[in-house]
Design a protein around this ligand. Sequence first.
Ligand SMILES: Cc1cc2nc3c(=O)[nH]c(=O)nc-3n(C[C@H](O)[C@H](O)[C@H](O)COP(=O)(O)O)c2cc1C
Length: 390
Amino acid sequence: MLRYFTAGESHGEALVAFLSGMPAGLKVNQAFVDRELWRRQQGYGRGGRMKIERDRAHILSGVRHGCTIGSPIAVLLENKDWTNWTEALPVEPGDPAKHKRVASPRPGHADLAGALKYNFPEARYVLERASARETAARVAIGALAKLLLRELGIEVLSHVVAVGGAAVEKEVAWPAIAELYQREEVLLNCADASAETRMKEEVDHALHTGDSVGGVFEVVAHGVPPGLGTYAQWDERLDALLAAAVMSLQAVKAVEIGSGVAAATSPGSAVHDEIGYEKASGFNGFTRTRNKAGGIEGGVSNGEEIRVRGYLKPISTLRRPLQSVDFASREPVKAAYERSDVCVVPAAGVAAEAMVALTLARCALEKFGGDSMGETQRNCQGYLRQLREY
Ligand SMILES: Cc1cc2nc3c(=O)[nH]c(=O)nc-3n(C[C@H](O)[C@H](O)[C@H](O)COP(=O)(O)O)c2cc1C
């Protein structure tokens, strides 16, 4: 079973990710993993922190001579900013006068709920872990999941659908999303140039007014065969697993599979994807006129592209802060401000790719099994043959 978790504080020494359950013999391409980390750091509207960090995955275990060996994989990502925080956030008690308190909780951040829960007198430790810096660790192991999926013919990428009120109107086809991946400069990771210009204006407006802006990203998984996930048990449904995985990302407040939101207010005839048959097409000849279902029916992948959207609230750290209360005096004050992003929709999309890839890799390994890549691929090929001969 594929399992993973992460550790690390935003301004601590490093982030660490653990990934257990990968088959042996998967080629690990360090440049690919580091490029994924680079992609997470891009996007117009990021704060000063991203200029300091240039993430590189330092693989500590589970990979030898360029391949996975079936043992748990541990990855370390250094926080370059740590040199500025050694006295403010030491492991040992240190000098309390040098600690950096977060004196007033930011509405929308984890500050107040976390301080109450863990009984902290202020919010420093809360934001250190609640911060989305943690997503870098997910992206590192998500890259390994992507490498596994590639061996099974599956690719996972994302693009930005909306920033504030600026949105792409039409569905974006896979080749345009794949083309975005090749770009060496990322503005808002949007496939529609005129929409991207309007998105940039939304970010500029937030920058000029001391505000922040949210948006929508879409993750697309291409080449997923029918049969991942199952309706047999509630917690094995692929749509449920993907929703939880994407919702677990900081600031994601809604998840949509396919055209799920519009479907709720449309007649069935306008929602369901009619079925046809064309020998030699797709995995087994069955075709669809469209993909409103987003590639999942009954909690099972149906052979179409999987499309998952994440709806991101605006960042809660504002340069023009909202009203709050001082933790110590309980007097009304403005919420704390710490260097922050203004728009993170493209980066959240990359983090969501990692979560989707980890989820699909888990489902694929549950279906195909295998302790080595040869075994996993053989089982996968056997299943694909079964689909062709259906
Ligand atoms: C890639 C990414 C970067 C983020 N950067 C910031 C940031 O710079 N400042 C901030 O206040 N929130 C940022 N957030 C959002 C917060 O981490 C998040 O709102 C907070 O942890 C509270 O969790 P919740 O919004 O899920 O309730 C970011 C989120 C993502 C996905």
